[in-house]
Design a protein around this ligand. Structure first.
Ligand code: HEC
Length: 103
């Protein structure tokens, strides 16, 4: 009986820690983009907001635009975690070097 209880506790702890690990490492940037950014932003073309390609690459500018918003850009401080915002920032930065031949 004691062993069974111990085993279930171990399983529960394992389940919790692996979930936390997923939350930290498995941020789905593409999903955030389609759910929360795509209606105003395209990766390559200007829509309501500027294309991700061609955006500022300064992380401070990007973080502040996403976190606190700017003009018609809504703020995401309550909608995205700081890890998710950081992931979006590196995603935007990665778009600047994604295809050096395309203008
Ligand atoms: C309601 C429309 C809308 C949505 C949704 C939106 N944006 Fe924007 N975004 C804008 C507009 C408009 C601007 C230009 C603001 C300006 O004039 O400075 C902008 C600007 C930005 C900038 C600043 C770019 C630069 O070069 O300084 C970043 C970064 C950005 N958006 C990221 C995002 C991300 C990431 C998401 C999704 C999580 C998102 N936006 C969702 C409308 C939107």
């Amino acid at each position: 009986m004691k062993n069974i209880i111990l085993a279930s506790i171990t399983m529960a702890v394992f389940a919790i820690t692996s979930q936390t690990a997923m939350a930290n490492n498995d941020i789905n940037v593409k999903k955030i983009f389609s759910k929360k950014c795509k209606k105003c932003h395209s990766l390559t073309k200007k829509k309501f907001g500027p294309a991700f390609k061609g955006m500022n690459t300064d992380p401070e500018v990007l973080v502040s635009a996403i976190t606190d918003g700017r003009k018609s850009m809504p703020k995401f401080n309550k909608k995205l975690s700081s890890d998710e915002i950081a992931a979006m920032v590196s995603f935007i930065q990665s778009q600047q070097i994604a295809n050096p031949c395309a203008k």
